[in-house]
Write a protein that binds this ligand. Structure first.
Ligand SMILES: C[S@@+](CC[C@H](N)C(=O)[O-])C[C@H]1O[C@@H](n2cnc3c(N)ncnc32)[C@H](O)[C@@H]1O
Length: 278
């Protein structure tokens, strides 16, 4: 049975309230397909029954969490969009390494990192190009709302299709080992990245600021007020001279005037305006 208008409205309200994700009219088919797949996976025999169980799921919210998870889009790849990584490799990391030489600390947050390709791409880059960081305290934190994607991220295991997307063959050979399910990242890369569950709408309990924040291809799912709120909160956890990366279709323009883009080849990173006195 196709999803009804009331059911669609109910789901759209739920994901907006809990994850800030905006599901506009026209996405009925997507909701129906994803929730039908979830129902099959959970052994629930119809969408109708899934909605009934969702209404009764008021104490532990286990089904609710799975519904929200099923409606997230987890598209990602190694070295996605390429240019931001080139900007970090050629300009930003050499700059930060020079500036942080005293403390020997580097902190990077990959927010909404999905299955982990983004933070692992960074970890491989640090190992390959910046051996001088060996004695530093380097931390890359990857976070996402979805426990399903975080489980894969933590495992460090990717199938053939996933490693074929964006990962140069020499890096596959150097940093992965073959396992029955595909390819597993070696420990030296995995140990540079820590994964945590974090819904961007909830408090961020970070003790120290980050030198680089990547929050790419997630703001597009949120409304303007949520984007404003998140960009405001990023100001509080980004180092005053730090760098913010958004997705290629995302911008701070018309949302926050506390950031200014700095161009690095074909990529832009956002810097804080007032804090640096510019
Ligand atoms: C399209 S992926 C982007 C992955 C990666 N940043 C990239 O650019 O390749 C969007 C991710 O945002 C996550 N997400 C959506 N809403 C979120 C929220 N409220 N809090 C945290 N993560 C969220 C989804 O689970 C999904 O993994």
């Amino acid at each position: 049975m196709p999803i009804t208008n009331e059911q669609f409205t109910q789901i759209a309200k739920l994901v907006r309230e809990k994850a800030a994700i905006v599901l506009e009219t026209g996405k009925e088919y997507l909701v129906e397909t994803r929730l039908s797949a979830l129902a099959r996976q959970e052994g629930i025999d119809s969408l109708e029954n899934l909605f009934q169980m969702l209404e009764q799921d008021t104490v532990f919210n286990t089904l609710q969490v799975k519904v929200i998870d099923a409606l997230t889009t987890n598209e990602t790849s190694f070295y996605r969009d390429h240019h931001p990584f080139e900007a970090m490799r050629k300009d930003i990391l050499p700059r930060l390494i020079k500036e942080r030489g005293g403390k020997r600390e580097l902190r990077i947050w990959s927010a909404a990192c999905s299955t982990g390709q983004e933070p692992y791409s960074l970890a491989m880059m640090l190992l390959q190009y910046f051996p001088e960081l060996a004695g530093w305290n380097v931390k890359i934190i990857g976070t996402d709302l979805s426990l399903r994607v975080l489980e894969q991220a933590k495992s460090g295991i990717y199938n053939q299709v996933e490693v074929n997307r964006g990962l140069p063959a020499p890096l596959l050979i150097k940093h992965f080992e073959k396992v029955p399910a595909g390819w597993r990242l070696r420990d030296d890369v995995r140990k540079l990245v820590e994964f945590r569950e974090l819904n961007l709408l909830k408090p961020w309990l970070f003790r120290e600021r980050f030198d680089i924040v990547l929050i790419r291809n997630v703001l597009i799912y949120f409304d303007v007020a949520t984007k404003q709120q998140l960009l405001g909160r990023i100001r509080e956890i980004l180092q005053p001279d730090g760098y913010l990366f958004l997705g290629s279709a995302e911008t701070t323009f018309n949302i926050s005037n506390h950031y200014t883009p700095e161009r690095f080849g074909n990529a832009s990173a956002y810097r804080l305006v007032n804090e640096r006195g510019s």
